[in-house]
Design a protein around this ligand. Sequence first.
Ligand SMILES: [Fe+2]
Ligand SMILES: [Fe+2]
Length: 291
Amino acid sequence: MDKVKAFLNSVKDLPAFPKSAIEFMKLSKDPKTSLNDIGKFISKDTTLSTKILKLANSPFYNRGREIKSINQAVVLLGLDIIKGIVLSLSIIRMFPLRVGGREFDRTLFWDHSVASAFIARKLSKEFSLWDPEEAYTAALIHDIGKLLYNQFFPDDYTRVVKRALSENKRYIEIEKEEFGYTHAEFGFKIAEKWNLPIELKEAIRYHHKLEEEAKNKLLVAIVGFSNIFSKQIGYNFPWEFEPLVLSENVFWQEMVKHNPKLKNIDEAFFTFEMREMKEKIEALIKESLEG
Ligand SMILES: [Fe+2]
Ligand SMILES: [Fe+2]
Protein backbone atom coordinates (compact mmCIF):
# COMPACT_ATOMS: atom_id res chain seq x y z
CA MET A 1 0.00 0.00 0.00
CA ASP A 2 2.74 2.41 0.97
CA LYS A 3 4.48 1.53 -2.25
CA VAL A 4 1.70 3.12 -4.25
CA LYS A 5 1.73 6.25 -2.08
CA ALA A 6 5.50 6.55 -2.50
CA PHE A 7 5.11 6.11 -6.24
CA LEU A 8 2.51 8.87 -6.39
CA ASN A 9 4.79 11.19 -4.43
CA SER A 10 7.76 10.74 -6.70
CA VAL A 11 6.47 9.63 -10.13
CA LYS A 12 9.82 10.11 -11.75
CA ASP A 13 9.15 7.01 -13.85
CA LEU A 14 5.69 8.03 -14.90
CA PRO A 15 5.31 8.13 -18.68
CA ALA A 16 4.11 11.51 -19.94
CA PHE A 17 0.61 11.75 -21.31
CA PRO A 18 1.11 12.11 -25.07
CA LYS A 19 1.27 15.80 -26.00
CA SER A 20 0.10 15.05 -29.50
CA ALA A 21 -3.09 13.54 -28.06
CA ILE A 22 -3.79 16.70 -26.05
CA GLU A 23 -3.13 18.87 -29.12
CA PHE A 24 -5.36 16.67 -31.23
CA MET A 25 -8.17 16.78 -28.66
CA LYS A 26 -8.14 20.58 -28.82
CA LEU A 27 -8.05 20.58 -32.59
CA SER A 28 -10.90 18.14 -32.98
CA LYS A 29 -13.08 20.00 -30.46
CA ASP A 30 -12.76 23.28 -32.35
CA PRO A 31 -15.74 23.69 -34.69
CA LYS A 32 -13.58 25.73 -37.08
CA THR A 33 -11.29 22.76 -37.72
CA SER A 34 -11.49 21.59 -41.34
CA LEU A 35 -10.65 18.22 -42.88
CA ASN A 36 -7.58 19.93 -44.24
CA ASP A 37 -6.40 20.93 -40.74
CA ILE A 38 -6.76 17.34 -39.58
CA GLY A 39 -4.79 16.15 -42.60
CA LYS A 40 -2.02 18.64 -41.84
CA PHE A 41 -1.84 17.56 -38.21
CA ILE A 42 -1.43 13.92 -39.18
CA SER A 43 1.14 14.63 -41.88
CA LYS A 44 3.47 16.29 -39.35
CA ASP A 45 4.03 12.89 -37.75
CA THR A 46 5.58 10.28 -40.02
CA THR A 47 4.90 7.22 -37.89
CA LEU A 48 1.31 8.27 -37.41
CA SER A 49 0.88 8.90 -41.14
CA THR A 50 2.32 5.52 -42.07
CA LYS A 51 0.09 3.70 -39.62
CA ILE A 52 -2.98 5.57 -40.79
CA LEU A 53 -2.29 4.79 -44.43
CA LYS A 54 -1.78 1.15 -43.55
CA LEU A 55 -5.07 1.00 -41.68
CA ALA A 56 -6.89 2.98 -44.34
CA ASN A 57 -5.84 0.39 -46.91
CA SER A 58 -6.57 -2.64 -44.74
CA PRO A 59 -9.64 -4.66 -45.73
CA PHE A 60 -11.35 -3.68 -42.45
CA TYR A 61 -11.46 -0.02 -43.32
CA ASN A 62 -11.40 -0.07 -47.06
CA ARG A 63 -13.12 -2.17 -49.65
CA GLY A 64 -12.62 0.22 -52.50
CA ARG A 65 -9.72 1.93 -54.16
CA GLU A 66 -6.23 2.36 -52.87
CA ILE A 67 -5.68 5.34 -50.58
CA LYS A 68 -2.40 7.04 -51.33
CA SER A 69 -2.41 10.22 -49.25
CA ILE A 70 -3.47 11.34 -45.81
CA ASN A 71 -5.90 13.82 -47.32
CA GLN A 72 -7.55 11.03 -49.26
CA ALA A 73 -7.70 8.91 -46.11
CA VAL A 74 -9.39 11.72 -44.19
CA VAL A 75 -11.99 12.23 -46.90
CA LEU A 76 -12.70 8.56 -47.57
CA LEU A 77 -12.75 7.26 -44.01
CA GLY A 78 -14.69 10.21 -42.66
CA LEU A 79 -13.97 12.50 -39.78
CA ASP A 80 -15.33 10.24 -37.01
CA ILE A 81 -13.21 7.26 -37.92
CA ILE A 82 -10.10 9.31 -38.58
CA LYS A 83 -10.38 11.17 -35.27
CA GLY A 84 -10.79 7.91 -33.37
CA ILE A 85 -7.79 6.39 -35.13
CA VAL A 86 -5.50 9.37 -34.50
CA LEU A 87 -6.42 9.58 -30.85
CA SER A 88 -6.12 5.86 -30.20
CA LEU A 89 -2.80 5.60 -32.01
CA SER A 90 -1.36 8.61 -30.16
CA ILE A 91 -2.31 7.21 -26.79
CA ILE A 92 -1.76 3.49 -27.26
CA ARG A 93 1.71 3.81 -28.69
CA MET A 94 2.87 5.77 -25.65
CA PHE A 95 2.17 2.73 -23.51
CA PRO A 96 3.75 -0.03 -25.55
CA LEU A 97 3.78 -3.70 -24.72
CA ARG A 98 6.05 -4.53 -21.87
CA VAL A 99 6.41 -7.70 -19.95
CA GLY A 100 4.29 -7.23 -16.91
CA GLY A 101 2.20 -9.71 -14.99
CA ARG A 102 1.54 -12.68 -17.23
CA GLU A 103 -2.17 -12.54 -16.54
CA PHE A 104 -2.46 -9.09 -18.03
CA ASP A 105 -3.04 -9.18 -21.75
CA ARG A 106 -2.53 -5.69 -23.14
CA THR A 107 -4.22 -6.48 -26.41
CA LEU A 108 -7.33 -7.40 -24.46
CA PHE A 109 -6.90 -4.30 -22.31
CA TRP A 110 -6.92 -2.02 -25.35
CA ASP A 111 -9.65 -4.01 -27.11
CA HIS A 112 -11.83 -3.32 -24.08
CA SER A 113 -10.84 0.36 -23.99
CA VAL A 114 -11.34 1.00 -27.68
CA ALA A 115 -14.62 -0.95 -27.74
CA SER A 116 -15.84 1.21 -24.83
CA ALA A 117 -14.71 4.30 -26.74
CA PHE A 118 -16.65 3.32 -29.88
CA ILE A 119 -19.78 2.72 -27.79
CA ALA A 120 -19.37 5.99 -25.88
CA ARG A 121 -19.04 7.95 -29.10
CA LYS A 122 -21.98 6.21 -30.73
CA LEU A 123 -24.26 6.90 -27.74
CA SER A 124 -23.12 10.50 -27.43
CA LYS A 125 -23.68 11.24 -31.07
CA GLU A 126 -26.86 9.31 -31.73
CA PHE A 127 -28.63 10.63 -28.65
CA SER A 128 -27.03 14.09 -28.52
CA LEU A 129 -25.64 13.43 -25.06
CA TRP A 130 -22.11 14.78 -25.16
CA ASP A 131 -19.32 15.88 -27.45
CA PRO A 132 -18.67 12.54 -29.21
CA GLU A 133 -14.90 12.95 -29.42
CA GLU A 134 -14.57 13.84 -25.77
CA ALA A 135 -16.67 10.81 -24.84
CA TYR A 136 -14.46 8.66 -27.08
CA THR A 137 -11.30 9.92 -25.38
CA ALA A 138 -12.70 9.55 -21.87
CA ALA A 139 -13.76 5.96 -22.53
CA LEU A 140 -10.45 5.17 -24.19
CA ILE A 141 -8.49 6.08 -21.08
CA HIS A 142 -10.98 5.16 -18.34
CA ASP A 143 -8.93 2.16 -17.16
CA ILE A 144 -5.49 3.73 -17.51
CA GLY A 145 -4.91 3.11 -13.78
CA LYS A 146 -5.02 -0.62 -14.44
CA LEU A 147 -2.38 -0.40 -17.13
CA LEU A 148 -0.09 1.64 -14.87
CA TYR A 149 -0.59 -0.73 -11.95
CA ASN A 150 0.41 -3.57 -14.20
CA GLN A 151 3.38 -1.67 -15.56
CA PHE A 152 4.82 -0.41 -12.28
CA PHE A 153 3.75 -3.10 -9.84
CA PRO A 154 3.67 -6.25 -11.97
CA ASP A 155 4.09 -8.75 -9.13
CA ASP A 156 1.53 -7.12 -6.86
CA TYR A 157 -0.80 -6.83 -9.80
CA THR A 158 -0.47 -10.52 -10.61
CA ARG A 159 -1.40 -11.24 -7.01
CA VAL A 160 -4.51 -9.06 -7.32
CA VAL A 161 -5.58 -10.89 -10.44
CA LYS A 162 -4.97 -14.32 -8.93
CA ARG A 163 -7.01 -13.38 -5.89
CA ALA A 164 -9.80 -12.02 -8.07
CA LEU A 165 -9.90 -15.32 -9.94
CA SER A 166 -9.99 -17.46 -6.83
CA GLU A 167 -11.84 -15.40 -4.23
CA ASN A 168 -15.46 -14.52 -4.15
CA LYS A 169 -14.79 -10.82 -3.93
CA ARG A 170 -15.00 -7.99 -6.45
CA TYR A 171 -11.81 -7.23 -8.32
CA ILE A 172 -11.85 -3.56 -7.34
CA GLU A 173 -12.22 -4.42 -3.66
CA ILE A 174 -9.11 -6.57 -3.88
CA GLU A 175 -7.26 -3.73 -5.63
CA LYS A 176 -8.22 -1.43 -2.80
CA GLU A 177 -7.00 -3.93 -0.20
CA GLU A 178 -3.68 -4.54 -1.94
CA PHE A 179 -2.87 -1.07 -3.23
CA GLY A 180 -4.93 1.27 -1.08
CA TYR A 181 -6.64 2.62 -4.20
CA THR A 182 -8.80 1.09 -6.90
CA HIS A 183 -7.52 1.52 -10.47
CA ALA A 184 -10.14 4.25 -10.86
CA GLU A 185 -8.74 6.23 -7.91
CA PHE A 186 -5.14 5.55 -8.90
CA GLY A 187 -5.84 6.52 -12.53
CA PHE A 188 -7.45 9.74 -11.30
CA LYS A 189 -4.39 10.61 -9.23
CA ILE A 190 -2.15 10.09 -12.23
CA ALA A 191 -4.53 12.10 -14.43
CA GLU A 192 -4.18 14.96 -11.96
CA LYS A 193 -0.42 14.84 -12.38
CA TRP A 194 -0.93 14.90 -16.13
CA ASN A 195 -3.21 17.94 -15.78
CA LEU A 196 -5.90 16.33 -17.88
CA PRO A 197 -9.17 18.25 -18.26
CA ILE A 198 -11.69 17.78 -15.45
CA GLU A 199 -14.10 15.88 -17.70
CA LEU A 200 -11.51 13.18 -18.37
CA LYS A 201 -10.36 13.07 -14.76
CA GLU A 202 -13.91 12.52 -13.56
CA ALA A 203 -14.64 9.83 -16.13
CA ILE A 204 -11.60 7.93 -14.87
CA ARG A 205 -12.40 8.48 -11.21
CA TYR A 206 -16.08 7.58 -11.16
CA HIS A 207 -16.47 5.00 -13.93
CA HIS A 208 -17.22 2.24 -11.41
CA LYS A 209 -19.25 4.36 -9.03
CA LEU A 210 -21.28 7.39 -10.03
CA GLU A 211 -20.94 9.94 -7.23
CA GLU A 212 -23.18 12.95 -6.62
CA GLU A 213 -20.15 15.23 -6.39
CA ALA A 214 -19.19 14.58 -10.01
CA LYS A 215 -19.61 17.74 -12.08
CA ASN A 216 -19.83 15.84 -15.34
CA LYS A 217 -22.23 13.14 -14.28
CA LEU A 218 -23.55 12.53 -17.75
CA LEU A 219 -20.11 11.90 -19.23
CA VAL A 220 -19.27 9.63 -16.30
CA ALA A 221 -22.50 7.75 -16.99
CA ILE A 222 -21.70 7.38 -20.69
CA VAL A 223 -18.26 6.00 -19.88
CA GLY A 224 -19.49 3.82 -17.01
CA PHE A 225 -22.18 2.33 -19.21
CA SER A 226 -19.86 1.82 -22.20
CA ASN A 227 -17.40 0.04 -19.90
CA ILE A 228 -20.00 -2.48 -18.78
CA PHE A 229 -21.47 -2.82 -22.22
CA SER A 230 -18.17 -3.66 -23.86
CA LYS A 231 -17.86 -6.51 -21.37
CA GLN A 232 -21.21 -7.92 -22.48
CA ILE A 233 -19.82 -8.43 -25.96
CA GLY A 234 -16.68 -10.19 -24.87
CA TYR A 235 -14.18 -7.40 -24.32
CA ASN A 236 -13.43 -8.19 -20.71
CA PHE A 237 -10.86 -9.83 -18.49
CA PRO A 238 -12.23 -13.07 -17.07
CA TRP A 239 -11.91 -11.79 -13.51
CA GLU A 240 -14.16 -8.79 -13.85
CA PHE A 241 -17.24 -9.64 -15.78
CA GLU A 242 -20.29 -7.68 -14.64
CA PRO A 243 -23.76 -8.59 -15.85
CA LEU A 244 -25.86 -5.74 -17.18
CA VAL A 245 -29.51 -5.18 -16.33
CA LEU A 246 -30.46 -1.98 -18.12
CA SER A 247 -33.32 -0.99 -15.82
CA GLU A 248 -31.15 -1.33 -12.71
CA ASN A 249 -28.03 0.30 -14.06
CA VAL A 250 -27.38 3.76 -12.58
CA PHE A 251 -25.31 4.87 -15.56
CA TRP A 252 -28.12 3.92 -17.88
CA GLN A 253 -30.68 5.74 -15.73
CA GLU A 254 -28.56 8.88 -15.77
CA MET A 255 -28.39 8.80 -19.58
CA VAL A 256 -32.14 8.22 -19.89
CA LYS A 257 -32.73 11.32 -17.74
CA HIS A 258 -30.98 13.35 -20.40
CA ASN A 259 -32.60 11.67 -23.36
CA PRO A 260 -35.71 9.54 -22.74
CA LYS A 261 -35.49 8.21 -26.30
CA LEU A 262 -32.82 5.87 -25.03
CA LYS A 263 -35.56 3.88 -23.30
CA ASN A 264 -36.74 2.60 -26.66
CA ILE A 265 -33.57 0.79 -27.57
CA ASP A 266 -32.33 -2.49 -26.25
CA GLU A 267 -29.10 -4.42 -26.10
CA ALA A 268 -29.60 -5.75 -29.60
CA PHE A 269 -29.10 -2.21 -30.90
CA PHE A 270 -25.56 -2.04 -29.58
CA THR A 271 -24.70 -5.63 -30.25
CA PHE A 272 -25.48 -5.18 -33.91
CA GLU A 273 -23.40 -2.02 -34.08
CA MET A 274 -20.48 -3.68 -32.34
CA ARG A 275 -20.43 -6.63 -34.67
CA GLU A 276 -19.78 -4.14 -37.44
CA MET A 277 -17.03 -2.49 -35.44
CA LYS A 278 -15.23 -5.59 -34.19
CA GLU A 279 -12.77 -5.98 -37.04
CA LYS A 280 -12.05 -2.25 -37.16
CA ILE A 281 -11.27 -2.21 -33.46
CA GLU A 282 -9.01 -5.21 -33.61
CA ALA A 283 -7.08 -3.94 -36.65
CA LEU A 284 -6.59 -0.60 -34.93
CA ILE A 285 -5.13 -2.16 -31.78
CA LYS A 286 -2.85 -4.42 -33.76
CA GLU A 287 -1.48 -1.48 -35.72
CA SER A 288 -1.08 0.64 -32.59
CA LEU A 289 0.87 -1.98 -30.70
CA GLU A 290 3.19 -2.88 -33.57
CA GLY A 291 6.61 -1.21 -33.41
FE1 LIG B 1 -12.43 0.03 -14.66
FE1 LIG C 1 -13.14 -0.81 -18.02
